[in-house]
Design a protein around this ligand. Structure first.
Ligand code: F6R
Length: 588
């Protein structure tokens, strides 16, 4: 949710800053802005819309060695130029990722002190808070630690103070921020892709860390104003890892990476025909899975696997609901948090709640060093690599595979699951390449409504398929348990409706098929993703292989991702950066 980049070093700072910022556009793209120091004066440029609008205003020949920049996903205040960051008050110019929850109260106090505000943002209030504190003490580290006491909420800040034109100050609480360490140049950013054009050496900041950054100096301070040292990490991989590699979109590239990711997970978490995943579920009496969006739908498959193989009662709850419901925190319960980014605010809050109640937590996370990965008692990485497309594909599949391994580990089905998983990468490759998804998509892309139907595990897949479609194609779509439709929603169905049916579970396929016949009788157009041979009720069929009841659902995911992609492409949508969304949701 918002991306920030701060840079000090080379005379061509503008290009270095903007290269970093563009790689963070997945975090928000309502507006963007930059502040840099030119001849001792802070200059600010901002534009509404995607970063390319800002780029058109930048003169890359201008010489500057220092700047801070921001790409916004708006929370407080409309997505316009005035509310775009950076914001400036007095001597302080800053960019911010996060939300200052008490900004209205602070604003009232600051108005009394004589501050005026141009924007509706919480960020401009934070700038005024820091400026007012700086008037009392000229030590920026002390000032920032005082500001921490006044600001509630979450934040990662990059700050330029007029009195220190060669320095960027930064701090964070519950919003990610890393420091990239270069040769006579340093960079601050919300995420790794933004530093890789400069360095692969980085420091992950912890909550309440403060950074003082110049081209040749990096100092870190804690909340007691004491200097601290930080561990330097090396990012393994390069810029190619996160480039499109010739694909039209990151989403397509990431879907094509799925076979390799399955292989990587198997190499890491299996050995000599056994699962070697670094956690055992069998000592727990119950499991709560907590996650948001696609991660929660992966969790639904996890529930299916855990209950099937281990007989452990498992619930799945959206993280945004978890804190507000009654939870039974017993010592023999495990709370599993699933997150690609590892920064999702609601999931992080649920993790803290479970820990505060003394319950063991296990995070299944993709991004190393993320807040959820670091705060959970145990962590298993999904190893899907950096995912850039806002709509998750490979990270979702990786979550499901890790959950499957976790559930099968130590169960009597362990051997057969592993045997089936070995052939999965090749079958996924075949599933991706053997079908003309564009052709199939043509009959759906003009629909205004598409229902996804399935029963049992197929219903959980339908949820993910439907989310994927609606978020990138803007077609209204809902997932239904196939048997539920006739209890009300079937009244919507007419000849203009599209239906995508998922039928992989042969035990209940006959029931699903009779539901689909009910829909066909009302003239809806049906596309079925299935491994069964009875497809008389469908207008179109996408066949998937028949490996096993446990693995077949994982194959159905692939056509659903590719259908969503191709439908959105036919509609000319901005596939990797759908409107109103951001990759990492660091606000509640
Ligand atoms: C949908 C999607 C989202 C995320 C959700 C959780 O394609 O990507 O629904 O799954 O926002 O994000 P993470 O996994 O980062 O916690």
């Amino acid at each position: 949710m918002c991306g920030i980049v701060g840079y000090v070093g080379d005379k061509k700072a503008l290009i270095k800053i903007m290269t970093g910022l563009k790689s963070l556009e997945y975090r928000g793209y309502d507006s963007s802005g930059i502040a840099y120091v030119k001849d001792g004066i802070v200059k600010i440029l901002k534009e509404e819309g995607p970063i390319r609008n800002l780029e058109e205003k930048i003169n890359y020949n201008e010489i500057t060695t220092i700047g801070i920049s921001h790409t916004r996903w708006s929370t407080h205040g409309a997505a316009n130029k005035i509310n775009a960051h950076p914001h400036r008050q007095g001597k302080i110019t800053l960019v911010h990722n996060g939300i200052i929850e008490n900004y209205e109260q602070l604003k009232r106090e600051l108005l009394n002190q004589g501050y005026c505000f141009q924007s509706n943002t919480d960020t401009e209030v934070a700038a005024a808070v820091i400026d007012s504190l700086y008037k009392k003490s000229q030590d920026m580290v002390l000032v920032l630690n005082e500001a921490v006491k006044m600001l509630t909420g979450s934040y990662a800040f990059n700050i330029i103070n007029d009195d220190y034109p060669d320095t960027i100050f930064a701090m964070r609480k519950d919003s990610p921020l890393i420091v990239g360490i270069g040769q006579k140049e340093n960079i601050l950013a919300s995420d790794i892709p933004a530093i890789l054009h400069i360095t692969n050496k980085y420091v992950v900041l912890d909550n309440y860390d403060i950074v003082v950054m110049q081209s040749n100096k990096l100092e870190y301070y804690n909340a007691d104003n004491q200097k601290i040292s930080k561990q330097i990490n090396i990012f393994v991989g390069d810029i190619e890892t996160i480039s499109k590699n010739g694909y039209d979109h990151y989403m397509l590239k990431e879907i094509n990476e799925e076979p390799e990711i399955v292989k990587r997970i198997l190499t890491l978490y299996t050995d000599e025909g056994r699962i070697k995943i670094p956690f055992k579920l069998n000592k727990y009496a119950s499991v709560d899975i907590v996650a948001c969006g696609s991660a929660s739908f992966a969790g639904q498959l996890g529930k299916f696997y855990i209950e099937k193989f281990l007989n452990i009662p498992t619930s799945v709850t959206f993280a945004s609901e978890y804190r507000y419901q009654k939870n039974f925190f017993r010592k023999d319960k495990l709370v599993i948090l699933i997150s690609q980014s590892g920064e999702t605010a609601d999931t992080l809050a649920a993790l803290k709640l479970a820990k505060d109640n003394g319950v063991t937590t296990l995070a299944i996370v993709n991004r190393k060093d993320s807040s959820i990965a670091r705060e959970a008692d145990n962590v298993i990485y999904t190893e899907a690599g950096i995912e850039v497309s806002v709509a998750t594909t490979k990270a979702y599949l990786a979550q499901v595979i890790v959950l499957l391994l976790l559930a099968a580990s130590g169960s009597k089905e362990e051997g057969s699951v592993l045997n089936d998983l070995k052939i999965l990468p090749n079958i996924i490759t075949k599933q991706i390449n053997d079908y003309d998804y564009k052709k199939v998509s043509k009959f759906l892309y003009k629909k205004e409504n598409i229902f996804y139907l399935g029963r049992g595990i197929d219903y959980f897949l339908a949820m993910e398929g439907s989310l994927k479609l609606k978020e990138i194609s803007y077609i209204h779509s809902e997932a239904f348990a196939a048997g539920e439709l006739k209890h009300g929603s079937i009244s919507l169905i007419d000849e203009n409706f599209g239906v995508i049916a998922v039928v992989t579970d042969k035990n209940i396929s006959h029931k699903t098929i009779s539901n689909l016949k009910e829909v066909a009788a009302r003239s809806a157009k049906i596309l079925t993703i299935t491994n069964i041979n009875d497809d008389s009720f469908s207008n179109y069929v996408i066949k998937i292989d028949d490996i096993s009841d446990v693995l077949n659902p994982l194959l159905a995911i692939i056509p659903m991702q590719l259908l969503a992609y191709n439908i959105a492409k036919l509609k000319n949508c901005d596939i990797d950066k759908p409107r109103n969304l951001a990759k990492s949701v660091t606000v509640e």
